[in-house]
Structures are given as C-alpha cells and as structure tokens.
Design a protein around this ligand. Structure first.
Ligand SMILES: Cc1cc2nc3c(=O)[nH]c(=O)nc-3n(C[C@H](O)[C@H](O)[C@H](O)COP(=O)(O)OP(=O)(O)OC[C@H]3O[C@@H](n4cnc5c(N)ncnc54)[C@H](O)[C@@H]3O)c2cc1C
Length: 308
C-alpha cells in the first residue's frame, strides 16, 4: 500500500458515514435480505457459490444478539425458497460472545440446528485474538454434541495457528483459511507479509494432509498459485476444497478460477450494521485514494458508484 493510501486508510473513521457507505458499496449486498438474495442469484448464475453474513457486530444487548440469530432463520428460509447455492457465515460477537458465553452458545447452536434441518452449513467467522479461544472452544462443544454442519476459520497471521491446526486435526474440521484482518501485536502474530504468506502455505499443507476440507480464502496471487499447486499435487477433486473471496474484491480473479474449473464461494454481507465491516474492507483496499477520488469525480459528474 502506498504511503498516501495508508494515511488515508487511517483517517477513514473521521470520514462522514454517507461517504463511507458510498465508497464501500461494492463490498456489501445491501441493507436487506432481498438485496443479498438477488446478488447471490446473480453469483450462482455465474457459477459461484455464496456465504451470506448478517452484519451485526455492534450489538450491545442480549436481545440484539438474539435478533441476529433469528435473522438467520429468515436467511435459511430464503435460501431454501429461492434455491440459492449458499451457506451462512456468523460473527461470534454479533451472536453475543462479548456479552455472555452461554448466550453465544445458545445462539450459535440455534443457528446450526436450523441449518441442519435444511441440510445447510454454518461457518463461524474468526474475529480478533481476544475471541479466538472462546470461538474454538465453542466449535469443539458443537462437534461434541454431534453437530457436524459447522466450520471454523483459522488466521495465518496468528502464531498459534500452527498449534491449532495440529490440535484440531483429529476432528477433521472444515476450515476457512485466511490471513486474518485484525492487526495483532508481534508477540502473537506475524507482522511481515512474507511470514504471513509462509504461515498460510504451511497451514494449508497441514490441513490438506490431515484430510480437512479447506476454504482457501485469499485474493493474493502468490497464495492462490501455491494453493493451486498444492491441490494439484494431492490430486484433489473439485469437491474436496474451495476458493473463497469477498464480495467486491478482485472479481476478475474469481472469474478466472471458475473458468479453470475450481469452486469459488463469495462472502456476501448484508444488513443495516454495515459500518464496521465497510471500514475494514476500505482499510485493506490498496488504492483507497483512487476510490475516494473516483467517488468525488463521479458525484461531480452526477454518476453513482457501480458495483463491479
Ligand atoms: C471469504 C473470506 C472470508 C474471510 N473471513 C475472515 C475471518 O473470518 N476473519 C478474518 O480475520 N479475516 C477474514 N477474511 C479476511 C482476510 O483475513 C484478509 O484480511 C483479506 O482477505 C485480505 O487478505 P488477502 O489474502 O486477500 O491478501 P492481501 O495481500 O490483503 O490482498 C491481495 C490483493 O487483493 C486485493 N484486495 C485485498 N483486499 C482488498 C479490498 N478490501 N479492496 C480492494 N482490493 C483488495 C488487492 O489487490 C491486494 O493486493 C476473509 C477473507 C475472505 C476472502
């Protein structure tokens, strides 16, 4: 990221929300479930699967956490009714992790059980390192209760991921492997780009060797090339792994993977609590200055920002 872009990314929290909303438009399906369904239909038509996320990480009360869990009931109903090729992703904090572990467990278990009724699957997103232990503990508890339609996320950025990979291997978990968006201190996380890449490649190898289903979640050409090599070397069939990308990020690269016969799942967030998610995406955009400039020019010319 250029120095100018980095400085702008740091200033984003000071940017008025309506402007953030407009320039983050491409990363979010919309505020309503119907927006997400329309988008997923389009993605499915283009040969891509989806995972729908109800945005809600800013919740502050048990009732709000329960409301997010109930919102997933509507998502499963819509997936079934509209025959969408989509599972769901849930954020632990949106379901109450920071309020009360028992509430969090109750909410996730309800979502996972509802998913099981319709043969669907729940991916538990991984948030910052203060949540890792509790999130993995809950995953183990769900599996102990016989719930298998649930998966976790491991972050290559975290040093502990090597040990977590080993520790979880006997469960043959379904894992989404990503770099990790949350910046963490050097004592617990790799800081250097190449070290994070090396950790990602190592974790992918260990997970595939343990027979895990892996969602390879990255837009990094180096990691995608390595993953393609790793699955080819192990002669995996196309049903035995998948690539995953975020809505609005490098769609052309996703198209190329689909053209080459790989399965690809797009992360599709929707909801009224779009702000925190949007900030994180914009802060990762290597050309944020260009986005803001394009938005400004677009408004001067009277054009909207169109999703790629
Ligand atoms: C499906 C999916 C689910 C995820 N779930 C989690 C999770 O549960 N927990 C978690 O901590 N992280 C999650 N992440 C985020 C992930 O950890 C990274 O922060 C993010 O994917 C960027 O890392 P990268 O591997 O794409 O590499 P990068 O080096 O960051 O990006 C590679 C290239 O992709 C492009 N790019 C990346 N981000 C953007 C952007 N926002 N806008 C425009 N271009 C961009 C750029 O061209 C960049 O050079 C998820 C990512 C994906 C794809």
């Amino acid at each position: 990221m250029a120095v100018y872009d980095r400085a702008l990314a740091r200033m984003l929290p000071a940017v008025p929300k309506p402007i953030v909303r407009r320039i983050a438009d491409r990363y979010i399906a919309g505020t309503e479930l119907a927006d997400a369904c329309r988008l997923v239909k389009r993605l499915n038509g283009a040969g891509k699967m989806a995972t729908i996320d109800v945005l809600g990480e800013a919740i502050t009360s048990p009732d709000e956490a329960r409301a997010i869990a109930r919102a997933y009931d509507d998502v499963f109903d819509a997936i079934e009714r509209e025959r969408l090729d989509s599972n769901v992703s849930v954020k632990p904090t949106a379901l109450g992790l920071e309020l009360d572990y028992a509430l969090f467990r109750e909410n996730i278990e309800a979502v996972v059980r509802h998913a099981a009724e319709s043969g669907n699957f729940v991916r538990i997103d991984m948030e910052d390192s203060s949540t890792t232990e509790a999130t993995l503990r809950l995953y183990r508890e769900l599996r102990e209760r016989g719930l298998d339609n649930v998966g976790i996320v491991l972050q290559a950025r975290l040093r502990r991921t090597r040990a977590d990979t080993r520790g979880l291997a006997p469960l043959r978990p379904s894992v989404r492997l990503c770099k990790g968006i949350y910046l963490e201190p050097p004592e617990i996380a790799f800081q250097d780009r190449e070290a994070i890449r090396a950790s990602f490649m190592r974790a992918l190898a260990a997970l595939l060797d343990a027979g895990c289903y892996v969602g390879i979640a990255t837009h990094d050409d180096v990691l995608i090339d390595d993953a393609r090599r790793q699955v080819a070397e192990r002669e995996l069939g196309r049903e035995e792994y998948e690539f995953q990308m975020l809505l609005g990020v490098r769609p052309g690269l996703g198209d190329a993977l689909v053209r080459d016969g790989h399965r690809l799942r797009i992360y599709v967030p929707f909801g009224r609590q779009w702000y925190a998610y949007s900030l994180r995406r914009l802060q990762e955009n290597p050309s944020i200055a260009g986005y803001i400039a394009a938005d400004t020019v677009g408004r001067v010319l009277g054009r909207g920002n169109h999703r790629a």
